[in-house]
Design a protein around this ligand. Structure first.
Ligand SMILES: [Zn+2]
Length: 313
């Protein structure tokens, strides 16, 4: 349905009224309003939030592509430039991007809008790190409803920086939160297909504890919360014993962790007389390729759940 000239006039008048009601924008806000907001992010899951929430208003650069491990990631000189050129920076926080934490703190001190998407989450909703007593597990994206808090944070901070488009950010945030609610339901429906005793998820590193808590899975990772700590032969044997004793059908490799470690567990389990299969590749700390279904957060979660359910049901 097309608008009449009068309707267009009314709509324009309302838009102008809405803008001036917010108060006189600052000079820097005026110039920001006239171009796209430059956003630099770390992991793909945040890049995807910014694309969804920022839409046409943003130009987003994600530093960590498919297969990249954020725990070990060292920023290049080019990355530092991309952070300096950004109008706003988003990262996960909770020490996920271990080697970049100092850089983010430096940026924030210099006055650059720099935010961990986990900053505002009530600490009571977080899981403690198994590696460090005083830290939290940073893999919050695998509890889809918890990840909604990251979406809200991005929406709020973009609106604070670019208040002229606040309505757009709020609308886009609500639309994306709605998609995540549907995703959460999908995960619950699929998991229900796996018999309860089989709900054990064994992967290369401990990225799935939030998934386990949210969806009722027992989770064991060969390495710890961070891939920085290497698994030893004793860890491999301990996991192999558990798999053989419980007769677990499948274990999983991760796209951002070398597969050798999980294959060592498979070999050690075989030596104990139980044949466990590698049930497929999960996306843990990095998404799939751009343009592939797994290249979005929603596609990544669906891929993981479909892979887990197919192997364990
Ligand atoms: Zn991780």
């Amino acid at each position: 349905m097309s608008r009449t000239p009068v309707q267009t006039l009314v709509a324009t008048a309302l838009l102008v009224a809405g803008l001036t009601a917010c108060g006189q924008p600052l000079a820097s806000e005026t110039s920001l309003a006239q171009r796209k907001i430059k956003v630099t992010t770390t992991v793909g899951m945040i890049t995807d939030i910014v694309r969804n929430v920022g839409g046409e208003r943003v130009e987003v650069t994600g530093l960590m592509g498919p297969g990249v491990d954020p725990h070990l990631y060292k920023p290049s000189a080019g990355d530092v430039n991309r952070l300096e050129e950004a109008d706003i920076i988003f990262y996960v926080g909770l020490e996920l991007e271990g080697r970049m934490t100092d850089l983010f703190e430096k940026m924030a001190r210099a006055g650059k809008p720099t935010f961990g998407v986990s900053d505002d989450i009530d600490r009571a909703r977080l899981l403690p790190s198994k590696d460090h007593a005083d830290q939290y597990d940073p893999h919050i994206w695998f509890d889809v409803l918890l990840w909604q808090e990251a979406v809200r944070k991005v929406g709020q901070e973009l609106a604070a920086l670019d208040p002229g488009s606040q309505g757009t950010y709020e609308h886009n945030t609500q639309m994306y939160l709605e998609q995540l609610r549907a995703l959460d339901e999908y995960v619950r429906e699929q998991i229900a297909l796996v018999p309860e005793p089989s709900r054990v998820l064994i992967t290369a590193h401990d990225a799935f504890n939030y998934f386990g808590r949210a969806y009722g899975f027992e989770v064991r990772g060969l390495q710890g919360i961070s891939t920085a700590a290497e698994a030893g032969a004793a860890d491999v044997q301990a996991l192999a014993r558990l798999i053989a004793e419980r007769q677990i059908k499948a274990i999983f490799v991760e796209s951002s962790v070398p597969r050798e470690s999980i294959e060592a567990v498979q070999a050690a389990t075989r030596a104990r007389g139980w044949e466990v299969v590698v049930g497929g590749e999960l996306f843990s700390d990095a998404m799939g390729a751009d343009g592939a279904p797994e290249g979005t957060y929603i596609g990544m979660v669906r891929h993981n759940v479909d892979t887990i359910v197919r192997a364990l049901r």
